[in-house]
Design a protein around this ligand. Structure first.
Ligand SMILES: NC(=O)c1ccc[n+]([C@@H]2O[C@H](COP(=O)([O-])OP(=O)(O)OC[C@H]3O[C@@H](n4cnc5c(N)ncnc54)[C@H](O)[C@@H]3O)[C@@H](O)[C@H]2O)c1
Ligand SMILES: O=C(O)C(=O)C[C@@H](O)[C@H](O)[C@H](O)COP(=O)(O)O
Ligand SMILES: [Zn+2]
Length: 368
């Protein structure tokens, strides 16, 4: 068992990682059951693939459950779904001291976290992430949100979970395209500040996708350690440290908007293309060696991920993509701080990027 702590002053919490951990889930969850009863939020695929075994284990341990099932996919992170979920929680007479279990990918975690933040002015939640993306990224750090008509994650709150339980074996039922999408956020940690981990990803990509348990566990643990360290340094993204986790996301969120927040382009796929674009843009600005940008694209391509606008199925011109970016939460005083790189493992936040220049770059990308 690996236990990683998120060292926050107000509400520190632990992340437990172990293959097969779900067998022990009742032990971990029992303390959160009020009158031996738990509220669980999941989605329709996880309800089929993961929930039956957990429900049986909880029931054997004498824990009764009430389950709310969201539609699968990004559409689950909407105002309409938030209203239905909060109504359900209220109908279940959730109390402020209760802990709702978020069992699923980033969509389930993000909306459940936000719902628990606002219902009765705040109750708690436990994350049991079931996708690679959620295990290495979204279940940790307390960014919770829904999408709005104007864009990605625009209505939300920082609300930390009380506990995170990660069982890499849950990934056995995850569709391969979703596994690859999650791998983009794994690679991100190498690109931010850990060149050795990037090398690890290059060297072990084939074993990772073949399902090697040791390689998968190591990749998840290293990712979670990075995320926990960065979140603890800047919980609410005030100093610029946490913004590093947004590498590839300013481009990525614009690509997601252009593809309608749909199955046409998953979040992790948009982040992959976004990171490749951020590296090529850094090369264009003379900040980064071309060889590094090539290595980034090569690794992402090996994982089956998109690295260009055309791979991502994006047809919008640069001006429209930049318009989407104007909704970015990093926008400050009319300018958009941008995540750029001086090389692999050398990401930094630049305040010198002109959005008109980004639009020209994207138009050139569309031609190449
Ligand atoms: N809060 C954060 O810090 C943070 C970080 C990264 C991403 N996100 C958000 O997370 C979301 C993406 O998360 P995601 O990639 O997990 O997508 P997701 O939650 O949509 O899950 C992907 C798909 O896999 C299915 N699934 C989940 N677990 C499964 C399993 N074990 N077996 C079979 N199918 C399974 C789901 O039903 C869904 O169809 C985006 O909305 C993104 O904005 C948030
Ligand atoms: O935890 C963070 O901080 C991140 O930026 C992680 C990202 O992978 C994640 O997609 C996040 O939800 C994006 O945040 P946003 O503030 O750009 O909506
Ligand atoms: Zn992300």
């Amino acid at each position: 068992m690996t236990v990683i702590s998120v060292d926050l002053t107000n509400a520190p919490y632990d992340i437990h990682v172990r293959a097969g951990l779900m067998a022990q889930a009742p032990e971990y969850l029992l303390p959160y059951a009020r009158d031996n009863r738990l509220l669980v939020v999941t989605d329709e695929n996880v309800a089929r693939a993961v929930w039956p075994a957990l429900e049986a284990a909880l029931s054997a341990a004498g824990v009764e459950t009430a389950v709310y099932i969201l539609p699968a996919g990004e559409a689950g992170k909407s105002w309409g779904e938030l209203e239905k979920l909060t109504d359900w929680m209220l109908a279940q007479h959730v109390e402020r001291s209760d802990h709702v279990i978020a069992l699923g990918g980033g969509v389930v975690g993000d909306i459940t976290g936000f719902a628990t933040h606002i219902v009765k002015r705040g109750c708690s939640f436990v994350q049991i992430p079931t996708t690679l993306l959620a295990q290495v990224d979204s279940s940790v750090g307390g960014k919770t949100a829904i999408n709005s008509a104007a864009g990605k994650n625009l209505v939300g709150a920082f609300h930390q979970p009380a506990l995170v339980l990660i069982d890499p074996e849950l990934l056995s039922t995850l569709p391969p395209r979703q596994l690859a999408a999650g791998f983009a956020e794994v690679v991100k940690y190498g690109l931010i500040d850990d060149p050795d981990f990037f090398l690890y990803c290059e060297d072990n990509l084939d074993s990772f996708f073949a399902g090697d348990p040791a390689i998968r566990a190591q990749a998840i643990i290293t990712s979670v350690q990075s995320k926990a360290r960065i979140v603890a340094a800047d919980e609410t993204e005030r100093t610029g440290t946490r913004a590093l986790l947004n590498l590839g996301h300013t481009f990525g969120h614009a690509l997601e908007a252009d593809t309608g927040f749909s199955d046409r382009l998953f979040h992790g796929e948009a982040v992959a293309a976004g990171m490749a674009l951020a590296f090529r843009y850094s090369v264009r600005l003379g900040l980064c060696a071309d060889e590094d940008a090539r290595r980034v694209s090569q690794l992402l391509k090996r994982a089956g991920l998109p690295t260009t606008l055309s791979d991502a199925g994006v047809t919008a011109n640069g001006a429209l993509l930049v318009d989407y970016m104007r909704h970015d939460k990093k926008m400050s005083g009319g300018t958009l701080p941008f995540l750029l790189a001086r090389g692999i493992g050398q990401t930094f936040l630049s305040k010198d990027v002109a959005l008109d220049d980004v639009a020209d770059f994207l138009d050139d990308e569309a031609q190449s």
